[in-house]
Design a protein around this ligand. Structure first.
Ligand SMILES: [Zn+2]
Length: 349
């Protein structure tokens, strides 16, 4: 033995000790790493086990898994999601996630699953999926954005605001998103009096990225005088529907008569009794109604629908976030000229 091991005072002895230590450290980190990975996998499996499936919808479990199935099944899950067949899409995604062991290979599928749960209205499940993705990949921007949307829909605005900082760190422009969430929080704030809310809303109008349409809509509901005083004449077309649907009693004729665009709008609507039909708004539909009035036609009304500037989908009612692609500040108000419906009333007597 004395011949195999170098003597204590031999420099070779120290080198041998260092080599042994390196081997021990490498082996132990390998074992700990494997254990952690195994634990992660089992925790994800356990976590997803809670979302088990409606087997009656799709018997996907019976198909033996092969890697070649990933692409077509992912596409199929997306198609089901687009068609609104959320349960089928969810089942396919869960099947794929169950059978793919590497997190990064299934990260996109987890994102799809989170979005499908969101669209299907399972907000809590969607939240858990996005938290799970971010737990393993904290720099995933899409997961951060979607988690913010889920929190917003759950009315957890403080948590929605918490995602702003990581997004900023990742280089995203968040000013509009922050203004959007802060406004949602203010509108829901139960401890504020009506006048405090009005004050806060008018303060927000001074800020650069304020969502003008949403603030004006809230002001018209809270304080008519303040709302009329804060009309931005450059942005009238973005609140045309709000102005059009105001009941006669809520109109401020002093302000209306001092502005040609407002006068034209209410002239077109028939609220303004005037002999002068020479008002112009530079809003095509309004000016067309006035021209028709000059020509003796007095039966034209406006029908509104709402488009998304990003995904180009149209909806019959307004929105703050696009119901299809969840973009903020993308609403486009589209008005169509229609014939006024005659208001026939039938007496029950
Ligand atoms: Zn959209």
């Amino acid at each position: 033995m004395d011949n195999i091991l170098p003597a204590y005072d031999d420099p070779l002895f120290s080198i041998l000790i260092i080599i042994i230590l390196i081997i021990i450290v490498s082996l132990s980190s390998l074992i700990v790493g494997n254990y952690k990975e195994k634990k992660k996998k089992s925790s994800l499996k356990k976590f997803l086990g809670g979302f088990k499936k409606n087997n009656a919808v799709l018997n996907i479990e019976e198909i033996p898994f092969e890697k070649a199935l990933i692409k077509p099944l992912t596409l199929l899950a997306q198609a089901f999601k687009t068609q609104g067949e959320y349960q089928k899409s969810i089942n396919l995604n869960l099947y794929l996630i169950d059978n793919i062991s590497n997190f990064y290979e299934k990260e996109k599928i987890l994102e799809e699953l989170g979005e499908t749960y969101l669209k299907a209205g399972f907000l809590k499940r969607s939240k858990l999926i996005y938290l799970e993705i971010l737990n393993k990949h904290p720099r995933n921007k899409q997961a951060l954005y979607y988690l913010g949307i889920v929190y917003e829909l759950m009315h957890e605005f403080d948590k929605a605001l918490e995602i702003i900082t990581p997004l900023e760190i990742l280089g995203e422009k968040t000013e509009k998103l922050k203004a959007h969430i802060e406004l949602s929080k203010l509108l829901e704030e139960k401890s504020f009096s009506k006048s405090k809310k009005v004050d806060e809303l008018t303060k927000l109008l001074q800020e650069k990225n304020h969502p003008y349409r949403r603030i004006m809509k809230a002001l018209f509901a809270l304080d008519l005088n303040v709302a009329w005083q804060h009309i931005d004449y450059e942005k009238i077309d973005s609140i045309l529907d709000i102005l059009w649907f105001l009941p006669s009693l809520n109109l401020n004729f002093d302000i209306i008569s001092n502005n040609e665009t407002l006068s034209a709008i209410y002239l077109a609507k028939g609220e303004l009794e005037t002999k002068e039909l020479n008002k112009k708004s530079n809003i095509f539909s309004i000016d067309t109604i006035i021209s028709a009035k000059i020509g003796g036609k007095d039966n034209i009304d406006l029908l509104f629908n709402y488009g998304c500037g990003k995904c180009k989908h149209h909806f019959p009612i307004g929105f703050t976030r696009c119901p299809k692609c969840y973009t903020i500040d993308a609403i486009q108000i589209k008005e169509t000229l229609v014939q006024k419906k005659s208001q026939t009333s039938y007496s029950l007597l």
